[in-house]
Design a binder for this molecule. Structure first.
Ligand code: ATP
Ligand code: MG
Length: 583
């Protein structure tokens, strides 16, 4: 075993993991068996909201806390499954009364308040399609998505409506109703008070027949590589949410779970809402933005068992150089999972040192609907690796051939396209209004993810970079992740984004943008030190030749470093779609 691998001792875990024998679980896995975990609708078919809410509210979990909500200014509210059933029924009745039909799109532009979570399930009960947006989006990104998504309805707050939506509403003729979360009275026939409608609506609602292939969610991608795409998911996606909740997040019936993602990003929907409720566990929501102290306090006070977060948040904690265990009791925390970007080995080591827990990386995309490759709680972690495919998922490294076929690369360590065998339940069913792009993502019987990776001899997958970000320098192919991870090991470095800068001699030159940890200042000396550090770690061929310090790297709202923006800035080119840029 490699020195830096993190071995697990199952006996030392507080509860027995759901996944113990990985190979055996994969061998015996069947999606049909997963289907048996669900109730099905009394009226026929499969509906996400019935499986996530009503099933529990009508059974022994009725009085169990489904949602613990922390408000920005310190309030705390709790909702049982029975509470949520009533409220989501009311919401569904509101939509029904306003003639929202099956398949019609209802957008949500809201801070993380309880109404957001109620609306998601209410929309699904009415068999309409739920489309979440980041509340921080400006008017144009909101307009683009609502127009492109044929929005018939929008739920938002008074403030967001006045500030961002009122000015674009005339350009959205298909938008029939706006439901204002906090308005006491209706403004006109189109802009209505949600509390008022909710009050008038009945607490009883019968979900109509829903086919498992009916469209349920429309999610826009993060926009890291270009214009965000509208990704279509169907009710059947919950098969994946259930399985990943069970094997990857290791949900046990009494778990308290916290996913820090906003539902404007797919993680915040699949795992911030759906997966924990499918399992009937308690889900934490925090309305506030990142704040290290607040986060550790929630983990402590709510006795969180399973925590799902992202590298960007972990790097922020690393940057602050905090000692959480000195100030907080995190003894209930059993599992940390991370998604969204490559998790540098340094971050995994930081977790071991500062939290006494490893951080488990997992990989997926808006298009895959749920986690596809993961490090499991019972399994050895190889820091820097995304882990192994979910049972039931066939992942491979493939090479695309000119004749439209694809060849599986069997040789360990060889880079290629990370691909999945189509047919998993949460596979996207299309890019909205872009059939051609959808078709093009399938080659030779594989879904091509757009990420490059390699597989080691034991079946662990290692991320190399996005196909668009790969750097060709002096005849070498360099993945930005490798360079970024190496620089991250330097004590001064908080965050790194690496790009290829066109160079007449070597093709592309490796350039690193670096932000520094607290207590370090940019200087020519530090630059020289980092360049030397890179050369020592990576060798001259791969090491960065240029370093530029930056206070903060440009990121998407979902916390991903936007390398294409670094590159455009470097070259003085137009920035392209910046609708998801964190400002
Ligand atoms: P867009 O498709 O609009 O450019 P995006 O790909 O960032 O945006 P998402 O669907 O939110 O939108 O992100 C999926 C991508 O995030 C993956 O394809 C991969 O590049 C990256 N990613 C997610 N998890 C990991 C991980 N664990 N390791 C490395 N990369 C990851
Ligand atoms: Mg993508």
């Amino acid at each position: 075993m490699e020195e830096n691998w993190i071995e697990k001792d199952i006996e030392k875990l507080p509860v027995r993991p759901n996944l113990v024998d990985y190979e055996e679980t994969c061998r015996t896995f069947s999606w049909d068996e997963v289907g048996k975990k669900f109730d099905g609708l009394p009226s026929g078919g499969l509906n996400i909201a019935h499986e996530a809410i009503d099933r529990h509210a009508d059974g022994p979990l009725k009085e169990k806390t489904a949602l613990i909500w922390h408000g920005k200014s310190g309030e705390r509210k709790t909702y049982t499954y029975a509470d949520l059933k009533k409220k989501t029924n009311r919401f569904a009745n509101v939509l029904k009364k306003l003639d929202f039909e099956k398949g019609e799109r209802v957008f949500i532009l809201s801070p993380r308040v309880p109404e957001l979570y109620i609306a998601v399930m209410g929309i699904l009960k009415n068999r309409s399609v739920m489309c979440p947006l980041f509340a921080q989006f400006g008017p144009e990104p909101i307009f683009q998505r609502m127009e492109g998504g044929d929005a018939k309805g929008l739920m938002t707050t008074e403030r967001l409506y006045d500030k961002k939506v009122a000015q674009i509403a005339d350009r959205l003729p298909a938008l029939k109703y706006v439901l204002l979360i906090d308005a006491e009275t209706h403004r006109d026939e189109r802009v209505l008070s949600l509390p008022r409608l909710m009050e008038e609506a009945s607490e009883d609602f019968k979900i109509g027949p829903t086919d498992e292939e009916d469209m349920a969610l429309l999610h826009f991608t993060s926009g890291t590589t270009g214009k965000p795409k509208g990704v279509i998911h169907v009710h059947k996606a919950i098969y994946t949410h259930w399985v990943t909740g069970y094997y990857v997040l290791d949900f046990h019936p009494d778990d308290i779970f916290w996913c820090t993602a906003d539902p404007g990003w797919v993680t915040g929907t699949s795992y911030g809402i759906i997966a924990p409720w499918l399992h009937g566990i308690t889900n934490i929501v925090d309305e506030a933005e990142f704040n290290a102290e607040r986060w550790f306090k929630i983990l402590q006070d709510e006795k969180v068992n399973v925590w799902y977060t992202a590298p960007t948040a972990i790097r922020r904690l690393m940057r602050l150089d905090v000692e959480p265990l000195k100030a907080y009791d995190l003894s209930n925390l059993r599992l940390i999972q991370s998604v969204g970007e490559p998790l540098n080995p340094e971050a995994v080591r930081w977790g071991m040192e500062k939290l006494k827990l490893p951080i488990h990386d997992n990989w997926w995309q808006t298009e895959t609907g749920g986690i596809m490759i993961a490090n499991y709680i019972s399994q050895t972690i190889r820091p820097g690796s995304m882990g192994r495919p979910l049972p039931g998922i066939e992942a491979a490294i493939v090479r695309r051939n000119d004749d439209g076929t694809a060849t599986v690369v069997t040789e360990p360590g060889k880079e290629g396209d990370l691909a999945l065998r189509p047919g998993w339940p949460s596979m996207f069913r299309g890019y909205l209004h872009n059939e051609e792009k959808y078709r093009k993502s399938f080659v030779g019987g594989w879904y091509i993810s757009g990420d490059l990776a390699y597989r080691d001899e034991d079946g662990y997958f290692w991320f190399v970079g996005r196909a668009d970000d790969i750097i060709k320098t002096s005849g070498h192919m360099v993945g930005p992740f490798e360079v970024e991870s190496a620089l991250m090991e330097h004590p001064a470095v908080a965050e790194v984004g690496v790009i290829g800068k066109p160079d007449p001699v070597i093709g592309q030159l490796v350039k690193a943008f670096v932000s520094l940890k607290k207590g370090y200042e940019p200087s020519e000396e530090l630059k020289r030190e980092l360049l030397a550090f890179g050369r020592k770690k990576l060798g001259v061929a791969v090491a960065p030749k240029e370093i530029e310090f930056m206070e903060n790297l440009p990121k998407t709202r979902s916390g991903k470093i936007m390398r294409r923006l670094l590159k455009a800035m470097e070259l003085g080119l137009p920035l392209g779609d910046t609708s998801t840029l964190e400002k």
